[in-house]
Design a protein around this ligand. Structure first.
Ligand SMILES: Nc1ncnc2c1ncn2[C@@H]1O[C@H](COP(=O)(O)OP(=O)(O)OP(=O)(O)O)[C@@H](O)[C@H]1O
Ligand SMILES: [Mg+2]
Length: 222
């Protein structure tokens, strides 16, 4: 399944009492199927907000968001794991499932557990997690939990992969392993957008977009 996505004039404001935070101030972007795009920018600039709109967790106050190809005419909040997979900044693992079952969760929801088990095993091995499958998230390090969240997102080869600072808790070796997998996903046809402070991730991406105060521009920050 392939499908890129496009946003135009995206505005998102958060209101807290009398205060209004303009988290996105009119953002245009397009990510095509097969592309790996890095989203960079200082803390608080709006990266996670943009990902929240793209995955349907939040609704834009203004602007139009659309998906292409096999996902055309779908609203983001109707997309499931095979179509749009997310690695949230806070990871979002299920505390009551062991790490192996967390990775397999998208397959369980789709009813394809048996078919996807070999791929889950490969991803777990690739990310150095094969000895930890029986542990629960609370019994694993933050970096290990983050690699589980990335493996879960990659499991069904989603048309759209959104990841929020997926290497934030990794050493260089594990970060490179994750970036290899993300790059492979794009080469296999996924539209990939990752928010990242990792300069080596920017170097691996096909394109870099910079966010500053809710505005998005092409290229790495100067
Ligand atoms: N639910 C919310 N209510 C009010 N303000 C919010 C909310 N979520 C985010 N914000 C504000 O919106 C702005 C953008 O936040 P966002 O989380 O998108 O930044 P970010 O670029 O992802 O930062 P980081 O690199 O620290 O993850 C910030 O000023 C933040 O304080
Ligand atoms: Mg963020």
């Amino acid at each position: 399944m392939t499908g890129g996505f496009e946003g135009s004039g995206l505005v998102k404001r958060y209101r807290r009492g009398a205060e209004t935070v303009s988290a996105l101030a009119g953002v245009d972007l397009q990510v095509d199927a097969g592309e790996f795009v890095a989203l960079v920018g200082p803390s608080g600039s709006g990266k996670s907000t943009l990902l929240a709109l793209l995955c349907g967790w939040e609704t834009a106050d203004e602007g139009i968001l659309s998906y292409h190809g096999a996902l055309a005419d779908r609203r983001p909040d109707t997309l499931g794991w095979p179509e749009l997979a997310l690695v949230p900044q806070a990871l979002g693992l299920v505390a009551d499932l062991n790490l192996g079952d967390n990775v397999l969760l998208p397959a369980r929801l789709r009813g394809t557990l048996a078919t996807e088990e070999p791929r889950a095993r490969d991803l777990l091995a690739d990310f150095g997690l094969d000895h930890l499958v029986d542990r629960y998230p609370a019994q694993a390090s933050l970096g290990e939990q983050q690699r589980v969240a990335v493996a879960r997102a990659l499991l069904l080869r989603p048309a759209v992969l959104l990841a929020d600072e997926p290497t934030a808790h990794q050493d260089r070796g594990h970060a490179d392993r994750l970036l290899d997998a993300v790059t492979d996903a794009a080469r296999a046809g996924s539209a990939v957008l990752i928010a990242t402070h990792d300069e080596l991730a920017w170097a691996r991406a096909d394109r870099v977009l910079s966010m500053r105060d809710g505005h998005l521009t092409d290229g790495a920050p100067s």
